[in-house]
Design a protein around this ligand. Structure first.
Ligand SMILES: *Cc1c(COP(=O)(O)O)cnc(C)c1O
Length: 391
């Protein structure tokens, strides 16, 4: 079955009424037949039918055996880091989501886990950074917000040789476009808040694996630490995921047109979108993904012009996050990536004039017209401001 078909036909529950929409098991506990007999479920922290359904569905879409759903992407990434013990190390991409960097940098060192950042687009640099203590390589591809492309197959090979796990955060593309486990990764990470949910109404996360032993460890931590996704949020996520394929196909198509518009606009300095033929790593990206996604970044060469553009758009909500049906626009340096500690900013923070947009499902002509108008306004305001300065 193709992913688009899988999106709408999921595993049946054992609901006696055969409801087409799965029931929400909004319960904390489950009655036991007797004091020493246990049913399939006993307590929602350790397992819930609605959550299990969304977990099976996420696993299917990734072409995988197992998934565990968490209360947020960060809760999933926290559970992921439990594979790494005191005295061991994580090798992380140097262009990761700001919240991930905050966790890696401010929480893990206290547990005796060292984190080093490396340019994961450079396989030789990754090889050189490996040592026997490295337990995990954690990457995003395309990375956020500058869309750098890492070669998943090559990194999986390098990780395997070093006895480390390769974890790929697939939030940017969704399983419709990229299935990292099929390319050799050991764990797929999702912020389900983004494309999987798609409606900005749930925070959720997932870890997806093929290996039963890894799955047992993840499920153990999900229960022991209590970070599993709630029944109602699981249901909302299931509902959102029915239209995943439809949404991302449309968003991908529109993003391609918006990226073309931006690359031809005189006020734009540089466009970061893996679908552009001159984007670094474009060929590698095309070899491992079926789509380019809906997130585009660009610079204008002037932080003030960028700020004006962000504020002048009307159809793009100024908001962190991406992947929703509604288009959003942000200044990562001040917003999603503002949590990067000062000491690491020079190395890890995006440039101040970088604008990130997430293209929604609106009519693309309206989106382009809105951006075009915002650019004209921003440039006019900047010219007026510098004229006032001279005067
Ligand atoms: C948003 C995001 C996260 C964190 O997910 P939350 O659901 O916000 O906790 C992790 N990785 C990437 C790539 C993200 O975009």
């Amino acid at each position: 079955m193709k992913t688009a078909t899988q999106c709408v036909h999921f595993d049946s529950t054992d609901d006696p009424y055969c409801s087409i929409s799965p029931p929400i098991y909004q319960t904390a506990t489950f009655r036991q037949p007797t004091s020493d007999e246990f049913g399939e479920y006993d307590y929602t922290r350790s397992g819930n039918p609605t959550r299990n359904l969304v977990e099976r569905q996420i696993a299917r879409l990734e072409g995988a055996e197992y998934a565990c759903a968490f209360a947020s992407g960060m809760a999933a990434i926290t559970a992921l880091t439990r594979f790494v013990g005191a005295g061991e190390e994580i090798l992380a991409g140097d262009d990761l989501y700001g919240g991930t960097v905050r966790l890696l940098d401010q929480i893990l060192p206290r547990q005796g886990i060292a984190v080093r950042y490396v340019d994961v687009t450079d396989i030789d640099a990754v090889r050189a950074a490996l040592n026997p203590r490295v337990r995990m390589i954690l990457i995003e591809t395309p990375s956020n917000p500058t869309m750098r492309i890492a070669d998943i197959r090559a990194l999986a090979q390098v990780a395997r040789e070093a006895g480390a796990l390769l974890a790929v955060d697939n939030s940017m593309l969704s399983p419709c476009f990229q299935k990292p486990l099929k390319l050799g990764a050991d764990v797929v990470v999702h912020s389900a808040t983004k494309f999987l949910c798609g409606h900005s109404d749930v925070t959720g996360g997932a870890l997806v694996v093929n290996d039963y032993d890894l799955y047992r460890q993840i499920a153990f931590h999900q229960n022991a630490e209590g970070a599993g996704l709630s029944p109602f949020d699981s249901w909302l996520l299931l509902r959102g995921m029915k239209t995943l394929s439809l949404r991302v196909e449309r968003q991908n198509e529109s993003a391609r047109k918006v990226a073309q518009f931006l690359s031809q606009h005189p006020a734009v300095d540089r466009v970061y979108y893996p679908g552009l033929a001159d984007h670094p790593g474009h060929e590698i990206h095309r070899s491992q993904s079926k789509g380019d996604g809906a997130v585009i970044s660009f610079t204008t060469g002037d932080a003030e012009v960028s700020r004006q553009v962000v504020e002048a758009t009307e159809l793009f909500d100024i908001a962190v996050s991406f992947g929703s049906v509604g288009s959003t626009i942000s200044l990562p340096c001040r917003m999603s990536h503002a949590s990067i500690p000062q000491a690491l900013r020079d190395k890890l923070a995006p440039p101040p004039d970088l604008v990130r947009i997430s293209v929604g499902i609106e009519d693309v002509d309206d989106l382009i017209e809105d951006l075009s108008r915002a650019f004209a306004l921003a440039v006019r305001r900047e010219e007026a401001a510098s004229a006032a300065c001279v005067a």
